[in-house]
Design a protein around this ligand. Sequence first.
Ligand SMILES: C[S@@+](CC[C@H](N)C(=O)[O-])C[C@H]1O[C@@H](n2cnc3c(N)ncnc32)[C@H](O)[C@@H]1O
Length: 233
Amino acid sequence: MIKKNSNYIRKIFNKVSYKYDFFNNFFSLGLHFLWKRKLISLLKPKNGEVWADLCCGTGDMTLLLNQLITPNGKVFGVDISEELLKIAQKKSQNLENTVINWKTKNIFDLDTKLMRFDGICMSYGLRNLNNVENGIQKVFLLLKDNGRAGFLDFNHSKENSLSSIFQKLYLRFIVVPISSLFGLKEEYSYIENSIKTFPKGAELISLAKKIGFKKVNYITLFGGQMGIFILKK
Ligand SMILES: C[S@@+](CC[C@H](N)C(=O)[O-])C[C@H]1O[C@@H](n2cnc3c(N)ncnc32)[C@H](O)[C@@H]1O
């Protein structure tokens, strides 16, 4: 049984915060940066636009957005985990030009009447929300007309495909045992369960169309391990 209420998620990420960046780099061999850059390159943020990185964690995507939309734009990095946000804030402290506003907040509590964005991105956040459809709907409401959004996450491949078998084996025999050495077994075991309940690409596409997005595209990366979902309002 997978517990996904926001408070449980907040506790998980606060607990793993001290090793979060280290494990991301280690387990993906640094490739997560390439996948994040790929997402940004598809979204094409421009100087002067207002963007949000929802579920920003330690702020990798927020910092990438900041580079592209300075000096006239604005970017909001929003996350429910105050411990991850502290790390994100530290990373941005020494930057010369920053237009970043960090917000410790549940994304479902963002006021859609006060906040509207030209673009929104979310990396590895959608799968962690307590309701994926509500998450996509929230993004829809937070976007200006013609706004664009992009999500990067694990791809939920077809059961028993090579990609799905590789994903399971990697998580069970590499990620969980290594994270267990740091007392984080439960937290990293959660990834496999969260992928099981995450919609597959085709399901994400139909959810986004039902919500009202005009253009929807889903691509996979790294032999089907990761997925990028691009939406236009
Ligand atoms: C796997 S991390 C991804 C962090 C970062 N985007 C990255 O790519 O490294 C998922 C993040 O989603 C955040 N999160 C989950 N549910 C949330 C919610 N309802 N509101 C805000 N943040 C949430 C967690 O705190 C966590 O930082």
